[in-house]
Design a protein around this ligand. Structure first.
Ligand code: NAP
Length: 241
């Protein structure tokens, strides 16, 4: 591996984060995972447990991570959504979703910035969502995931001079715990969704791990501030060119 990294992955205990941890390990990177609970099986690297909804715990854990590791890449992947209409979205729900999806990524980047700058080739990858384009029953989540796109473009402008690239991936429907708990569907409804997806299937965690692996690779070294929709084509017709 010509460009091994030390990559912090939040939300690494299952779903997209775990698939990415396994892929990054196979690619020769050193992997550091973070979530509230450790994965059920083996994890290919160090694992730290913290609730990103709690700002103080997050700060303490990040201090420990940065003292014990020279992090040069961050994948802000931990995420949470609910399934509320605009009328039903509570302030508590909004605060929690913004805390995990928006406040925690800022804390991660701020804590690791000294080592990202030292590396002169840092990479930050924010996991946004197709929901940033607008999606019913996703007021708080869409606001949070749009916020990550705002971060991506802003940090790309501020941090480029340090050789740090900042990009976002906006996944489409990926069949994980998060997707199934927020999209309860009959078999018929699942088929109808699949028929709306140009590639005619739900995604799998590895469908997102691959594009993130590309953003961590040398091949992406001149790419920054971009949002990559990885959604089987479902965002085509909704996203501007
Ligand atoms: P998932 O299977 O539910 O995994 C979420 C991960 O985040 C888990 O490791 C979870 O671990 C961690 N997490 C959740 N709350 C946390 C907290 N308070 N503190 C620390 N860690 C926390 O979800 P996924 O589908 O892989 O989603 C990964 C990312 O992709 C999210 O940002 C999501 O918004 C985004 N995304 C997913 C889809 C999709 O269709 N699946 C589409 C668009 C975007 P613990 O529960 O152990 O804390």
């Amino acid at each position: 591996m010509e460009n091994p990294r030390t990559v912090l992955i939040t939300g690494a205990s299952r779903g997209i984060g775990l698939a990415l941890a396994e892929r990054a390990d196979r690619d020769g990177h050193t992997v550091i995972g973070l979530a509230r609970s450790a994965p059920e099986g083996a994890f290919p690297g160090k694992f730290y447990c913290a609730d990103l909804a709690d700002a103080r715990t997050t700060a303490e854990t990040l201090t420990q991570i940065c003292a014990e590791n020279e992090v040069d890449s961050i994948v802000n992947n931990a995420g949470l959504t609910t399934n509320s209409t605009v009328q039903d979205t509570s302030i508590e729900e909004l605060d929690r979703i913004l805390a995990i999806n928006v406040r925690a990524p800022l804390q991660c980047v701020q804590a690791c910035l000294p080592s990202l700058i030292r590396s002169q080739r840092g990479a930050v990858i924010n996991i946004s969502s197709r929901a940033a384009l607008g999606m019913p029953r996703r007021s708080a989540y869409a606001a949070a995931k749009s916020g990550l796109i705002g971060y991506t473009r802003t940090w790309a402008l501020e941090l480029g001079k340090h050789g740090i690239t900042v990009n976002a991936i906006a996944p489409g429907p990926i069949g994980t715990a998060l997707f199934h708990s927020n999209n309860p569907m009959t078999e018929e409804e699942t088929l109808a969704l699949q028929n709306r997806i140009p590639l005619r299937r739900l995604g799998e965690p590895n469908d997102i791990a691959g594009p993130i692996a590309f953003l961590l690779s040398n091949d992406a070294r001149f790419m920054t501030g971009q949002v990559l929709y990885v959604c089987g084509g479902l965002s085509i017709g909704a996203a501007p060119i």
